[in-house]
Write a protein that binds this ligand. Structure first.
Ligand code: GAF
Length: 390
């Protein structure tokens, strides 16, 4: 069953009627470019086939009702809110993501009530952007119910920023714009090169299958408790370094000036800056190789990215390191953790002929280490957010 079917079915169960429409948005993996987004840098994500769908109908009383279908098949309904009364913290929990979007849209004159029921298969807590998928699906649903057409590219980037604002100011998580832009703007068969400073987007063809390759996602199924505070600390660290260096953003420190810049910084900040500056270079290098049709050669760039996140940015964890190391030893061309870190998922670029060996090796290593069984799947670049029905 598709996410759209699941959401429409759950809508019928809750409301006893057909939804007016169903909109959906994907999760993402980031091929490379981690924590560079809030430093005005470069990122290179692609959308997963996994999606969250929002089945929705309008209401004429300015009330927002929200429900979600859990992976256990149970429907959870949030307390109804009046759109004019929405404020950060009310509601909280999972409902804060779609409600936060309604709160942002209210400022743009889109303030009609709605019944929204969410369902889908983006794994939560796996670093695969289920939050952005909920936000983007809800945004498209509310816009669609208000009579807005399917958005064009520029509008999509704007909606991504609204969704980011909902997450930053309503939910209270200080993320960058990577996840929401990926969910809104990715297209099938491509990775999305985003220059966060200029907002420039390039869709770079990414046909791994055609090249005899696969992107294997290894969801470690762990999420370390210090993840959220760790993300905020890293972000504040780079902001402090930006101030000390007197630049507009770390994006403005280039490779040639890096060592001189590092020498002026306190010990705790220098490695953070080194990661951001070298990671931006790696995104450019990976993009250059992909544009030239040299996909297999990005392996070492992925490896270097992981080492930088492990040793300089310090956002990896034993489970991610094991996944990456074992995948490499079993023949992956390159591997790295993806997303915010402190748990979640790693990706490995593997030859089709090595995929089984890599999967077996990762499963065996996790079992031996007494870790949870990881969730493994092949990721194919899929479509961004859009309307599924009517
Ligand atoms: C999380 C955030 F939401 C993104 O904005 C980004 O910073 C990412 O971590 C790290 O690259 O997914």
């Amino acid at each position: 069953m598709t996410s759209a079917d699941a959401a429409a079915g759950a809508f019928r169960t809750v409301h006893g009627s057909e939804p007016r429409g169903v909109w959906s948005a994907p999760g993402r993996v980031n091929l490379i470019g981690e924590h560079t987004d809030y430093n005005d840098g470069f990122v290179l994500p692609f959308a997963l086939p996994h999606r969250l769908a929002a089945a929705a109908s309008p209401r004429d009383d300015k009330v927002l009702t929200l429900a979600t279908l859990g992976s256990d098949g149970r429907i959870q309904e949030a307390e109804a809110s009046r759109i004019p009364d929405l404020r950060p913290g009310e509601p909280d929990g999972w409902a804060a993501y779609p409600a936060g979007v309604a709160w942002v849209l209210r400022e743009h004159g889109i303030d009609g009530g709605a019944d929204i029921v969410i369902a889908g298969d983006v794994p939560t807590g796996a670093g695969l952007s289920s939050s952005a998928a909920i936000e983007c699906a809800a945004a498209l649903a509310l816009l669609g119910l208000a009579g807005h057409d399917e958005p064009d590219q520029a509008r999509r980037a704007e909606i991504a920023k609204w969704a980011q604002r909902a997450e930053n100011e309503f939910v209270g998580v200080p993320t960058g714009v990577l996840d929401q832009t990926a969910s809104m703007c990715c297209v099938e068969g491509h990775v999305l090169f985003l220059d966060v400073r200029s907002g420039e987007i390039e869709q770079v063809p990414f046909d791994a299958e055609g090249a005899g390759l696969r992107v294997l996602v290894i969801d470690t199924r762990v999420k370390h408790a210090h993840g959220e505070s760790g993300y905020g600390e890293r972000r504040r660290g780079t902001e402090r370094a930006t101030e000390l260096l007197g630049v507009a953003a770390l994006r403005d420190v280039d490779g040639a000036g890096l060592q001189a810049a590092l020498d002026t910084l306190p010990e705790d900040l220098a490695p953070l800056v080194r990661h951001i500056v070298t990671e931006n270079d790696r995104v450019l290098e990976a993009t250059r190789l992909l544009r030239a049709g040299r996909m297999a050669e990005i392996g070492p760039v992925l490896d270097a990215s992981h080492v930088s996140m492990r040793d300089d940015y310090r956002i990896s964890c034993p489970e991610l390191d094991l996944a990456v190391d074992v995948a490499r030893e079993a023949g992956a061309l390159g591997a790295r953790m993806t997303g915010g870190g402190f748990g979640g998922s790693a990706i490995a670029l593997v030859r089709e002929s090595d995929q089984q060996a890599v999967e077996d090796a990762v499963n065996a290593a996790f079992e031996q280490a007494d870790y949870r069984k990881p969730r493994l799947f092949t990721a194919v670049p899929s479509a961004g957010a859009g309307q599924e029905r009517p």
